[in-house]
Design a binder for this molecule. Structure first.
Ligand SMILES: [Zn+2]
Ligand SMILES: [Zn+2]
Length: 162
């Protein structure tokens, strides 16, 4: 399955698509009403899920581009918050991953989660808390992989030699 399936499978995401793209946290009465109804009315929820499946099938391209746009915006915000790759300074968002500073091998798998999209969405939702900077950093794929497989990045190794 492609990334978009992953992204809209949860109830929350279904509802958030349904309520309308970026309106996830909307407190407008209609959005609040729909959210409440979605939570409480099982029949309605099933209908929405069915509708969403149908909608996804017929609008796959559109949904994918929306997801990409959202991911890009998230990464742009993350870049402002964390700064570029903390090893080499890479700032091209397509190359970036989120790294758990004190994480071991398992934690590094965070990068597999759709490029950290979910994690970033959570960071944004929580308001980009400053303490995140002590726990996470941005690394590019190159540096992240080098650290994961060789223990340290050649960028750093060079520094040591010099
Ligand atoms: Zn790098
Ligand atoms: Zn590096």
């Amino acid at each position: 399955m492609d990334a978009i399936q992953d992204g809209v499978d949860s109830d929350e995401a279904l509802q958030h698509c349904y309520v309308g793209g970026t309106m996830t946290n909307s407190t407008k009465p209609h959005a609040t009403y729909l959210r409440k109804r979605y939570r409480e009315d099982l029949v309605y929820r099933e209908q929405i899920k069915k509708d969403m499946c149908e909608y996804r099938r017929t609008n796959k391209k559109h949904i994918l581009s929306l997801e990409r746009k959202r991911a890009k915006e998230l990464w742009q915000q993350a870049l402002i918050f964390f700064g570029p790759c903390s090893c080499c300074g890479e700032a091209q968002i397509e190359f970036l991953t989120i790294d758990h500073k004190n994480g071991g091998g398992n934690q590094r798998r965070i990068r597999g989660e759709r490029g950290g999209y979910r994690l970033l969405a959570k960071f944004k939702h929580d308001g980009w808390l400053p303490k995140l900077k002590t726990e996470y950093q941005i690394l590019c794929f190159n540096c992240n992989n080098a650290i994961a497989y060789h223990g340290k990045c050649p960028h750093r190794a060079k520094e040591v030699v010099i």
